[in-house]
Structures are given as C-alpha cells and as structure tokens.
Design a binder for this molecule. Structure first.
Ligand code: IVH
Length: 700
C-alpha cells in the first residue's frame, strides 16, 4: 500500500475519493467493533483513520458527506445498555448436591414453618435451565421493558433484544373475556437460552465466517442477547421460559403452580417438565427421572430447582442473604474426563495465600474445554500424590473452577515428577509460612509482595466492588507493571498523571483512553459504601458481610469512627459490632486489624479525598414501627419458630441482636425467658409480648 498523501497536498478530487474510501472503511470497522465484538484494527490505528477523515473534512468543508463518519452516532454510541433498577431484587439460589440434602431441605422448611407430620407441603420441581435470567415487564398486558439480572439490584435494559425472541409474547392473551385476570403491572421472570441444535448451527456459521466458535450454548445465548444491534439477536435463535415473577400490582395466584398455569394461559412459555411434588421422596424421583431425560432434552440444564408451592408459606419463609429460603437448586453431579498433568504452578492470591494450579493438556469436559484446574493446597497434592506427567481425572461442576479428583496410577509414566511445594513466595521470594490451623501457606511479604498488591487491585475494581468498566485484570497488571497504579488511590490519579502517556501507548489511542477515563470518573463520583468496603478486601469481609456492615453504620465516616472505638474490646462500640447479625469475634478481629494498620488507614484516607463514597441506601421496607429498631428474642415463642420470628423482624427492617444492651429497643418475651429478660429490666429496655411484636410488624 502506498503512503497516503498529506492532507494539505490533496486536490479536491483526491479529497472526495479519499473521504468516500474512509467512510466505507470506518463503517466496516465500526460494525466489526460495535456489532460483532471483533475489532479489525487496534484502536490507535482506527484513530489515525478517523483523524485523517476529520482533517480532510476541515480543509474541504464542501465535501463533507452525508454518511460522514464524524457525524455517525452509531460509531460513537457507547457500548453500554441503559440501566434498569429492579424494584424487587433478582435473587440467586443456594445449591444442594445429594438426595440427603433434599431431605434436609424439606425437613428444615417444615420445621421453620412448624408443620407437624400430617401437614401437607408441596413443591414445584422445575428443570434448572442453563441460560441467562431475564425480566419482562408487562403494563396492561403489553410488553414494555426487558432487563438482564445484572448484579441482582441493577440490570441492563434489553427491551429491544427481548422483542426479537419469537417465544416472548408482545401482548399477553387474557384468560377471561374482560381481560380481568392480567394484573395492570406484572413482571415475569425466567431464563433465555439457546437450544442445542441452534447452538451447533450457529457455531458452524461462526466457523464458516472465520469467527471464534462459542464455548457452550450458555455463552452463545449471552453473546446473542447482549448485542447492541437487536437484529443480531433476531438472527441467532434464542428461546425462553418463564418461572417466577418480580413486581406485580396484584397477585392473581396463590401458589407457584397457579402462577405457572396463569402465565401459560396468557401465552407465556413455561417448561413442560415442571412437576408438582408432594414429598421429599417425590422430589428425589423427579430428579432421577430428569437426569435420565437430560441428554435428550433439546436444551442444556444443570440440575433442578425446587420451590415451595404455596405463596403464603413462601412469604413466611422469606429470604436469607441473597437467596429465597423457600427455593433451592439441586445440581447434577460433576462431569469428568481424563487428561495429562503438564505442570504445577503456584499462584499468589490477594491475601497472600499460595494456591497450586494445574496446567493440563486441554480436554473437553462436558462440553467445555479445560486447560487449568485448581489443586487447593499442598496437602491435597501430597495426599492424592499428583505427579507431573500423570494421567489425571479432571471434573467440572457448575460454574466452579475445574478440579483434579485423582490420578490413574496404572498410567503413571516412569519419569513422572513429584511436586515439591516451594517454601518461598514465587513472586517476591519472601518466606511462605503456614498459619496454625490452616492448610494453606501464605506469602509473608504483605505489602512488599507485588502479587498480593496486584490481586488486591483487581479485587478493588472487580464487578461486585467498584466495577470500573475497561479496567479489567489485564489492564491492572499492565499499569501495575509500569508503576502507574500501585495502590487503589492511584487509579483516580491515572488520567491526571499518565493520561498523555496512555493515549500514546501502542494499541490504545484516544478512543480507548477516553472510555477508560470516563468510566473511572463516573465511578469516583458515586461509590456505594458497601461496594467500597467489599473492595478494600478486608479478610473475612465478603459481599454479604460488607452489606450488613453498611446497613448498620450507613456511612463510611460513622463506620470508621466506630471501628476505631471498637479496638477497645471493653467498649460499647465493640459490643455493637458483635451484635450485628452474623458478625462474630473472628470477623470483628479482622476488621479491627485491617483498619488498625497504619498503611491501610492512610490508603483509605487518600481514597476518601479522591472519591465520593455514598451512604448506604437501605432497601425500601415497609413503614412498620420496627423499621430501624434493634430487637432481641428470648424464651420460647408460640405462634412461630425462632428463625421465622427473626426473619420476620428482618423483613420489616428491624435488626436482630443476640444479646441485650443499651442499644436494644425491644425485647420480645417468650415463655420461660431467662437472663436476657432480667438484663432488659435492669437496663430499662421495653419488654413486649409476641402478640405486640406481630402487631408492630404490620405496616403503620
Ligand atoms: S427461580 C427467587 N427457577 O438459576 C427464585 N431459577 O442459581 C430465583 N434458573 O438466577 C430463580 N432455572 O438464572 C429459578 N426454574 C428455575 C430456574 C432458575 C434456571 C437460574 C436463574 C437463577 C439461577 C440461580
């Protein structure tokens, strides 16, 4: 290719031809980038073309084309979907794996509800579809908005894409003549998936076009649904089933069975394999039968879901953390395959834990290519005697990282090499120590260890923490290696300090740099307190704990102030911390240690000058008189079990503490109450009966 003529030397004729060529070329590149997620050029090269086009247009304004790339919105349009807030969160499910777990589940719920042996309790058993969950909102029977699950609280608006799925009714068909049975607003939720046959056909096509095939139907469905161009969603055949609901103006069903029958009568697809089971035994036989059917079903499933049928029972059972107590996922056992163990490497995690990772000869395990597996720890390698060169059994269960189950000893080659676990950190060379009572070895390098630093940074920007788009693991490593981001606060100084350098980097260019900087700016303006806390990576403080802490202290300043005071174990602040549901001494200790450490404190202060951490927004709850109050239960309750009572209190916005203190608002007195009642009297805390409690739970 000849070098392009400098813009100032172009004749008008040449300029016109050049603008035409650039318009075509850039349109093609935009298409590849925005529609197919498959850029044809590096961003920097793209930018060169774009700039040349602009320069020519500037010199010859008369020649600016109607289809000028500088005017086109498609190209500039952000590759973002609009956000949708789920008024009713989209939850996940807890998993079980064995028949015994089924009996435990049923027994536990019966006990929670206080049902005696003769009482009936039915469950809807449904295949667990391996796709993506969606929400479809209907107003007056018309489909008005579709959304993905996202993080459960906020999803993405995929209205146009869902419209392209032929199974989705655009209007609900009324079951009675007057359209009376369809609530004014109803949000039907379910799963979008790709049939196996459609998946194979799509992959053939991808291959013919020289594009990368999808790993499995789930990925193909995800890739097809989240297309900015809904036409592409249309071309790729997707299917869906409805299985639950979100917000609704009127519940016109009293059980899951009725719900499914209703939406089916409205024309919404439901799974024909759903079946009402009346006992744990029936559930277990359903699962066996489903396992048999699995290979012949037209779509992938990864287990079954059991849901308490009656809505009133569901409501009494309520939720634990992010999952309903009234439903559970029963997963199929893992799938296995044989392959060769090529090498064992040791990775250093965010907390310094050294984890051995197996490099494998790539192998297909139940439809997914696997080339790495986790080995958990040193003891496990010894116990199972994995040697490099061995033929090993690798297994995959659900979304978890593949694992090595064991060795085929009869296939062991003579030169197989036993693995010696290093006693030094492979990254920083510090001693690798064992902590009492733990199997893992830890790098003792702490802040000195680059691996720990970089893993902490990755955690800080990850999806469930600050969620900075465009700053994934790869980019974090890249900036870390250059020394441009060493600690979390550096992220927010990146543009100011290194913006110009980044724009000049190979493969970057203005477009990607702008995207990154605007994502960082967007995030810094508003970091929810719970996500901030989770992102700091305090040991033992996972997402759920971070949320509980945020829900209790509400603001980062109140939290830090209390944590400082709580360092004194005799203090009221320490008791308050321990009184938060599910926070025990171990977690309290880790929190104390983390924020007591000078360098962590300095980093947090630095961060707080750079970003705005917003106060925790408590989920809107009923305006019950107990909202925000702290209650303590004591003695035996009669109208409900203790766990039910706790759940009920939490659901109206109260906090449940284990012991009585000055901060307690109410002590609920059951029969045969002991010392807690005495303590309440001593402190002058209000003591109320179970009936009072029930009355207070009702909306004011
Ligand atoms: S019910 C509150 N039913 O499994 C109830 N989920 O592990 C929430 N899933 O996020 C879901 N098939 O994407 C339900 N028949 C089914 C399902 C199902 C698949 C998925 C769903 C959910 C995930 C939880």
């Amino acid at each position: 290719m000849s070098l392009p003529l400098p813009v100032e030397k172009l004749t008008e004729e040449q300029a016109a031809a050049e603008l035409e060529r650039l318009a075509k070329e850039l349109a093609k590149l935009d298409d590849a980038y925005y529609r197919n997620d498959a850029p044809l050029l590096a961003d920097a090269e793209y930018d060169v073309l774009k700039r040349r086009n602009e320069e020519i247009e500037k010199r010859f304004p008369r020649l600016v084309r109607k289809d000028s790339p500088s005017a086109r919105v498609g190209a500039k349009a952000s590759d973002d979907f609009e956000k949708v807030v789920h008024t009713v969160p989209m939850l996940s499910l807890a998993n079980i794996f064995t028949d015994e777990d089924v009996y435990d589940f049923v027994g536990r719920l019966r006990k929670f509800l206080g049902l005696d042996e003769s009482a009936e309790m039915a469950f809807m058993a449904e295949p667990k579809l391996d796709g993506l969950s969606f929400s479809a909102l209907y107003v007056n029977g018309t489909f008005v908005r579709g959304a993905t699950r996202g993080d459960g609280s906020v999803g993405e608006d995929i209205t146009e894409n869902l419209k392209m799925i032929k199974d989705l009714p655009l209007t609900l068909r009324s079951g009675d003549l007057f359209g009376n049975d369809i609530p004014e607003r109803v949000e039907i939720r379910g799963e979008v998936f790709m049939n196996k046959a459609d998946f194979f056909a799509l992959n053939d096509e991808q291959e013919q076009k020289g594009k990368k095939p999808f790993a499995n139907p789930r990925n193909a469905a995800a890739g097809s649904l989240r297309q900015l161009d809904p036409e592409i969603t249309k071309q790729r055949r997707l299917s869906l089933f409805g299985y639950t609901f979100g917000e609704t103006s009127k519940e016109v069903w009293t059980s899951q069975a009725e719900f499914l029958a209703k939406i089916k009568s409205w024309g919404f697809p439901t799974n024909p394999e759903n079946k009402l089971c009346r006992s744990a035994d029936e559930i277990v036989s359903y699962f066996r039968a489903l396992e048999e059917k699995r290979p012949n079903l037209p779509y992938d499933i990864d287990g079954a879901v059991y849901k308490v049928d009656r809505r009133d029972y569901q409501e009494r059972l309520g939720f634990v953390a992010r999952a309903p107590r009234w439903a559970i996922a029963h997963k199929f056992p893992a799938e296995q395959a044989l392959t060769t163990l090529k090498n064992i490497r040791v990775q250093v995690g965010r907390t310094g834990a050294l984890t051995p990772v197996a490099d494998l000869e790539p192998v297909n395990v139940g439809g997914v290519m696997v080339s790495h597996a986790t080995l958990h720890n040193e003891d496990e390698i010894k116990r199972k005697d994995f040697r490099i060169g061995d033929t090993v059994i690798v297994q995959r269960a659900g979304d978890v990282i593949p694992q090595l189950v064991g060795v085929k000893l009869e296939k062991r080659p003579e030169n197989a090499v036993p693995f010696v676990f290093p006693d030094r950190c492979p990254v920083c060379g510090s001693h690798a120590v064992k902590i009492d009572g733990e199997v893992a070895r830890y790098c003792s390098g702490g802040l000195v260890c680059p691996a720990q630093a970089v893993e902490s940074l990755k955690h800080f920007v990850s999806r469930n923490a600050l969620d900075i788009e465009g700053l994934g693991a790869k980019n974090i490593e890249f900036f870390f290696e250059r020394g441009w981001i060493k600690t979390p606060a550096d992220i927010f100084l990146l543009e100011e300090r290194y913006g110009a350098d980044i724009r000049k980097l190979e493969g970057w260019g203005d477009k990607s740099a702008d995207n990154l900087f605007s994502a960082i700016r967007r995030v810094r303006e508003n970091v929810p307190f719970d996500k901030f806390l989770f992102g700091l990576g305090v040991r033992e403080v996972g997402q759920a704990t971070a949320r509980l802490l945020a829900d209790h202290y509400l603001s980062v300043s109140a939290f830090l102030e209390n944590v400082d005071k709580a360092r004194d174990k005799e203090s009221e602040a320490y008791r308050e911390l321990l009184n938060i549901e599910s926070i025990g001494e171990v977690i309290a200790e880790e929190i104390s240690d983390f924020f007591g450490e000078e360098s962590n404190r300095a980093e947090v202060s630095r961060l707080l000058t750079l970003i705005n951490v917003s106060d925790f927004a408590r989920a809107a709850r009923s305006d019950s008189a107990l909202a925000g109050k702290t209650v303590v239960f004591t003695g035996t309750l009669t109208s409900m079990t203790r766990s039910e009572a706790k759940a009920k209190a939490l659901s109206v916005g109260a906090k449940v503490a284990g012991s009585v203190s000055k901060k307690t608002d109410y002590v609920i007195l059951g029969a045969d109450a002991g010392s807690k009642a005495d303590k309440a009297r001593e402190l002058g805390v209000a003591i109320i009966s179970e009936e009072d409690f029930n009355a207070l739970c009702r909306p004011a």
